[in-house]
Design a protein around this ligand. Structure first.
Ligand code: DGL
Length: 273
């Protein structure tokens, strides 16, 4: 019975669907329950205390859905609240920062690594600390790119405005001779084409979602909870608000049409501690 339980995944909004896409491709037989806090996105501009409060409520919601592990598909929450979540809940909790950092170190030959993310992720130096913890020689260059989140949500993946903003954000990093760039926000893989064009084809982009999907596989094997099913897993999606463009944008992030979206009551969520 335990093995048949779903994997819980949450994000501040729809960015985490890029992580669901990777988990579903790595572990197609596992079921997934996703929660996107679309009523309170973005988290990346909020204080650490608020992010921790929201993260506890989001994880609590998934625990009540009887999940066997929780994937924090939000770099902002992973940067700020991962340890609090690990102390509070007994299921394995997998964040984005450690898997993303390890993949970046694996790919980087020059050990000059750029990191882009929300203001909160960058100002907490989550990737910088994790990268340096694993390799003290590494040089890390960080840049907050807050406007990438609304641009991704608008679906402006090939838009001239996105290119201009990317050029402005990435111009310093372009001159720093990095060989690897961590996309430290789950929204950014949607903009990977433009980011790659602007930063240069010689720079390897790291999608933390790809890295974390492999860690999820290892973690559920380690605890002996991999599903026995050979059928495709089910996917249930919960959100705290359904904006008018939700379906279109969510499908862009997930890479397929989205079924089973249910809106939950924000007031009920706020009561969870
Ligand atoms: N998806 C979030 C992250 O990975 C960014 C969006 C937000 O600011 O809430 O950090």
């Amino acid at each position: 019975m335990e093995k048949a339980k779903p994997i819980g995944v949450f994000d501040s909004g729809i960015g985490g669907l890029t992580v669901v896409r990777q988990i579903a491709s790595t572990l197609p037989n596992e079921s997934i329950v996703y929660f996107g806090d679309t009523a309170r996105v973005p988290y990346g501009s909020k204080s650490n205390d608020t992010v921790i409060e929201y993260a506890l409520q989001d994880a609590h919601f998934l625990i009540e859905k009887n999940v066997k592990a929780i994937v924090v598909a939000c770099n902002t929450v992973s940067a700020i609240a991962l340890n609090v979540l690990k102390e509070k809940f007994t299921v394995p909790i997998i964040g984005m920062i450690t898997p993303g950092s390890q993949l970046a170190l694996k790919h980087s030959r020059t050990k000059r690594i750029g990191v882009i993310g929300t203001r909160a992720t960058i100002s907490n130096h989550a990737y910088l600390n994790e990268l340096k913890k694993n390799n003290s020689e590494v040089e890390v260059f960080e840049k907050a790119c807050p406007l990438f989140v609304p641009l991704a949500e608008e679906g402006w993946i090939d838009h001239e405005a996105t290119k201009l903003i990317a050029e402005e954000y990435l111009k310093e990093l372009r001159d720093l001779n990095i060989d690897t760039l961590v996309l430290g926000c789950t929204h950014y893989p949607i903009l990977a084409k433009i980011i790659q064009e602007v930063i240069g084809s010689e720079v390897k982009l790291i999608d933390s979602g790809v890295a974390s999907a492999e860690v999820v596989r290892q973690e559920i094997n380690r605890i002996g909870l991999e599903t026995n099913s050979h059928a495709l897993g089910y996917q249930d999606f919960y959100v705290s608000d359904i904006p008018t463009t939700f379906k279109k944008v969510a499908e862009l992030f997930l890479g397929q049409s989205i079924l089973n979206v249910k809106k939950i009551d924000l007031e009920e969520l706020q009561k969870k501690q």
